[in-house]
Design a protein around this ligand. Structure first.
Ligand code: 5RP
Length: 226
């Protein structure tokens, strides 16, 4: 079963590399589907493709180094040709929940700098309505207890994300993640706007109105949605 899901992620990740052209600067997202994309990209680079990547997490940066993908940073580039990233949920309008891996802030900064965004998922990530997956919200550590209390007034059950050792999960930006359990998210744009106004909230995992293409890995192959 797990192997089956990994195969679907691999298909989606590898397919995305076909959209990468010589000379491009690519935003490299985060997560296990992106892993397959970076691995395949490394193979293409060995065959002569010339690209550079901006990583959206420390883990992605490590994978890029492992597979020989040259890295650049925002000190050297300001506009990216394309970003490729995974997602936790994708609805029919290409609205997303991201942040399951805790990298949502850097992922959003990378996606925002890119001319185009391709999302790569296995088919289990497709939903009719967002909200079954708990919405990750990145918050500052100081006063987190109070921020969590305020988040609960948004009609969700907010839970501080912890590691397997029971310690608070700390993001690459030194913040915490709160996973907000909603029954359903009916108005994602309004929710995102209101959450952003809450003191202590850094960013939400709602990625709205920015995806150009979704590649869905299935058992029989991939679907390209645009
Ligand atoms: C990390 C993310 C990931 O893209 C998302 O969690 C999907 O991960 P995976 O490809 O491992 O299922 O948003 O913050």
């Amino acid at each position: 079963m797990i192997y089956d899901v990994e195969e679907k992620k691999k298909k989606a990740g590898e397919k995305a590399v076909e959209y990468i052209e010589d000379g491009m600067t690519i935003g490299l997202g985060s997560g296990s589907t992106v892993y397959w994309m970076i691995k395949r990209l490394g193979e293409r680079i060995k065959q002569g493709l010339e690209v550079k990547g901006v990583p959206s997490s420390l883990r992605t940066e490590a994978w890029a180094r492992e597979f020989g993908v040259p890295l650049v940073y925002f000190s050297e580039v300001n506009r990216l040709d394309l970003a490729i990233d995974g997602a936790d949920e994708v609805d029919p309008d290409f609205q997303l929940i991201k942040g399951g891996g805790g990298s949502l802030l850097r992922e959003k900064l990378v996606a925002d700098a890119a001319k185009k965004l391709i999302i790569i998922v296995d088919e289990s990530k497709q939903v009719q309505k967002l909200g079954s997956f708990p919405l990750p919200v990145e918050i500052v550590r100081f006063g987190w207890e109070n921020t969590v209390r305020k988040l609960s007034t948004f009609g969700c059950n907010p839970t501080l994300r912890t590691t397997e050792d029971g310690e608070a999960f700390v993001t690459n930006n030194d913040n915490y993640i709160v996973d907000c359990f909603f029954d359903a998210i009916t108005e994602p744009e309004a929710l995102h706007r209101e959450l952003k106004l809450l003191l202590g909230v850094v960013e939400t995992g709602l990625f709205l109105n920015r995806t150009n293409k979704v590649i869905v890995g299935r058992k029989r192959g991939v679907d390209i949605l645009e």
